[in-house]
Design a protein around this ligand. Structure first.
Ligand code: AMP
Ligand code: FE
Ligand code: FE
Ligand code: ZN
Length: 276
């Protein structure tokens, strides 16, 4: 059982990489991917813990990117994190994410009892901040009951408190990942809960610009459209992935709820800068 898309406290998951590795092993995974948002900070801890648990660890990152005015999540796997554009991006994004989260928090603070210190208290030291941490601060302040409630209203892209996230173009990030010896996989392209969604032509543009594959089996891709996505990937010679996007208790997604085939994992790991 192979699940290559999960989040730890190094971004907006609720479990540390080491605890996550233990859960992955107990869930029956034989290979597990750690893919925190815009960082590689959890990789060393994840790899050591996975090795102790006797499971394979696939090191990755979920990059926030943009294509034709739409925010697009792009998974990069097994690349050199010291490569200049990527290392520069991670450090710039840490600051950009903080500036943006401070602005959202300032807007919220005019109507709700929440301060930047409350948000920081929800964040592991050095982790890139995101809306989920603001959601956690709103939960702690008793404003909403859960992350999902916060995203449904106060933190949605249509909310007056919303501030967009700085993001490089998807095609640039695909090139960075490839140049750093990694492989790029388009994450949950049919997800609608996140605001504007890519059209089929745009999905094809991203896949042909150097992506290795695409997430087909993901709970946010509507089941009725997964067949069409799989067919498009097949026509373009791209690999199809299935993943949970597990965030600990931060989302209902469960480890291993969707999985990737061993054949695809083997092809993913072929010739990459990092090994599995
Ligand atoms: P940001 O990158 O700061 O714009 O935040 C986006 C992140 O919020 C995504 O990566 C998801 O992990 C998380 N997210 C989006 N919608 C929800 C939701 N309904 N419940 C919990 N987390 C969510
Ligand atoms: Fe997330
Ligand atoms: Fe995502
Ligand atoms: Zn994710």
């Amino acid at each position: 059982m192979i699940d290559l898309h999960t989040h730890s406290t190094c971004s907006d998951g609720t479990l540390s990489p080491a605890v996550l590795a233990g859960q992955a092993a107990r869930a029956g995974l034989t290979a597990w991917g750690i893919t925190d948002h815009d960082t590689a900070a959890g990789w060393d801890e994840a790899r050591a813990a996975a090795s102790a648990e006797g499971i394979a660890c696939v090191r990755g990152t979920e990059f926030t990117t943009r294509h034709a005015g739409v925010i697009v999540h792009l998974l990069g796997y097994l690349f050199n994190p010291q490569s200049a554009p990527i290392a520069g991006h991670f450090s710039a994004q840490l600051t950009a994410r903080e500036d943006r989260a401070r602005e959202i928090t300032a807007r919220l603070s005019t109507d709700f009892p929440i301060t930047w210190a409350d948000v920081e208290a929800q964040l592991a030291p050095g982790a890139p901040v995101g809306r989920p941490h603001i959601a956690d601060a709103l939960v702690a302040a008793g404003v909403v009951a859960s992350r999902s409630d916060a995203f449904a209203d106060l933190l949605s892209t249509k909310s007056p408190y919303y501030v967009p996230q700085h993001a490089p173009t998807t095609t640039d990030v695909v090139a960075w990942i490839n140049d750093a010896g990694g492989k790029a996989v388009l994450a949950h392209p049919l997800a609608t809960q996140r605001g504007k969604r890519l059209g089929w032509e745009a999905i094809e543009e991203i896949l042909v610009c150097g992506a290795f594959g695409v997430e087909v089996w993901h709970r946010e891709n509507p089941p009725a459209e997964r067949g069409e996505l799989e067919a498009l990937a097949g026509r373009l010679g791209k690999a199809c992935f299935g993943s949970s996007d597990y965030h600990g208790s931060g989302k209902p997604n469960q480890l291993g709820e969707f999985t990737t085939s061993p054949v695809v994992l083997q092809a993913l790991a072929e010739g990459t800068y990092l090994e599995v």
